[in-house]
Design a protein around this ligand. Sequence first.
Ligand code: HAM
Length: 459
Amino acid sequence: MITKPKGCHDLIGLEAKKWRYVDSVIDNLMEKYNYNYMRTPVFESSELFHRGVGEGTDIVTKETYDFKDRGDRNVTLRPEGTAGIVRSYIENKMYGEPGPVKVYYNGTMYRYERPQSGRDREFTQFGVEVLGSNDPLVDAEVISIPVLLYKILGLKGIKVKINSLGDKESRENYREALVKYFTPQIDKLCEDCHDRLEKNPLRILDCKVDKDSDILKNAPKTLDFLNEESKERFEKVKEYLDELEIDYEVDDRLVRGLDYYNHTVFEIEASVEGFGSNNVLGGGGRYNGLVETLDGPATCGMGFATGLGRLIQALNLEEVQLPIHDDIELFVMYVSETEKKYAASLVQYLRANGYRVDTEYTERGLKAQFKQADRLKAKYLIILNDEDLAKDEIKIKNNKTKEEDTIGVDYLLYYLDEHLTEDDYDIPEDECQCGHKHEHGEEGCSCHEHHCHCEDEGE
Ligand code: HAM
């Protein structure tokens, strides 16, 4: 048997439905924030990530899927989304548009990591990038996106951590301080940290091996090395976060694992019991200078990405009920060929009228069809027989109460309209009887009483 590659997943059944629901909430939210969807290739020239993400990062040194294509070109499966978006921004001369350019993406990324819970080799990221503005309000707005997304989905246990690495000058001062601090004790740290000391000492603070060592804990803090301008900028970001009523804590040890950051960096952790150590749901920060590194004009950037696998894991652990259907409204049953033909057109008619409907495809007898309807959690059964059809009638049965009616075919839609909106139809918490969909936890949402503003507005 051929099995899936290590660290990859098949998405099936209820999990797939949850995933699609989360995707739809993301699309909806991005429309509200006025971010445009953008798609870039899954593989890019290797050089993009070496220069973009940084030669000294764990991602580039150990985790990329690099290969030569049949034309002998060095290509890499994207380990993250930012570098590709920036490459496209430059290549498509998007800097020519009146800024800022606000885009989002939702796609698979690839990192050759040791697979464990929350750490996969193929994973999906939803991320946003804002190019062409250095306004601290953008930093706050970008942080607000995952916060609101998690809230809409109903996730409660999150912790926002922010820090500032400052501008180029501040980062340089900080770098020097780290070299001075780590050099006399570097032998006590792992082999990789020896390399990092020379190439990029900030990476030492992000070391997965030595993360609990006192040497790392007592290292100089970024905030002590910010120049006045960087300090002021960080204060502004915090003020805007306060205005947006976003709870956060300043974590002066937060540096992030990619080289392109400066000024604001942030991460959002899941504080959900049972999550395990890979509990960072998402993170990002400002990357002024990356566009120039990749041969574009001087442009400021800010963005974030969240791993959808980790997000859905958190929702599962918190047992959040997403408003997804794992049932159908109607199952159409038949035995004879004439009944089958009638079933085919009836199913089509019901689907075209917006009902979730299924029927029999494997020539099972009626008894087995009843079982199949139960398996599919059908609310109503339509049981066709030639005698009824000769009179333009059908039998319809409530699969829970077992009450059965024989009704004229012409009356079916009225019948469903009446019955499927009553008690026997479980209205998801955020769907009102009028069918209007709310976003979970939306301000002023009155879903829990199963009525919505549409009624008030006479829609
Ligand atoms: P990152 O912190 O490397 O940032 O990844 C963002 C999120 O992707 C993580 O918080 C995590 O949820 C998820 N993730 C990362 N690696 C894995 C993995 N191996 N398995 C499962 N999930 C994973 C970035 O990628 C930046 N590009 C974010 C950014 C955008 N910064 C500015 N703009």
